[in-house]
Design a protein around this ligand. Sequence first.
Ligand code: FMN
Length: 190
Amino acid sequence: MTTLSVVYHSGAGHTRKMAEAVLAGAASVDGVKTQIIAIEGKDIVDGRWKNDKIMEKLDQSDAIIFGSPTYMGCVSSQMKSFLDATSERYLSRAWVNKVASAFTVSAGLSGDKLNTLMTIALCMMQHGMIWVGLEQTPFNDQGINRLCFYMGAAGQALQEPLDEAPNEPDRETGRLLGVRVASLTKKLKD
Ligand SMILES: Cc1cc2nc3c(=O)[nH]c(=O)nc-3n(C[C@H](O)[C@H](O)[C@H](O)COP(=O)(O)O)c2cc1C
């Protein structure tokens, strides 16, 4: 059985919607067990995030897809604090050869989302993980990858209101990322 985790932080709930779409895609692949994990500010004490239960769940995952809103052109501080906490796994090389990918949501069409995806990708390269990006181009009538990112999936949502954003095409983009990461992870394990 292949195990895939979606781990995300969301301030107002937009990134959570994207996380649920990514999870649905991954869960649709036969033979892949999925779980979704929220990073929460309450686990940050004196600037350091700590939650051993979450880390152990991630240790047991074959693939991890990370999600963060883009805040001031980068990952949220909660996500950065979590990424810093993965340094113990960096030292023990616990995540080498796991599969990694990412998604982000921000208000602008670009909104400097690329820096968020690259920040996560760079961290996972330090871990020795295998990065999987998005394969779809924006050249389709469904709005899939309409924002044209390849490092991962991107969605757009203003801070208010929560309602339907990120929209259906963005969530479908996230779903397809989940399918791709789950399928490739399963192939790697075979
Ligand atoms: C502190 C803060 C900083 C933000 N910085 C950016 C930014 O750099 N670029 C952008 O496009 N949107 C920015 N936004 C808007 C959020 O990315 C956007 O509302 C997103 O949907 C929030 O996701 P969430 O609901 O998961 O927290 C910012 C919002 C906040 C609260």
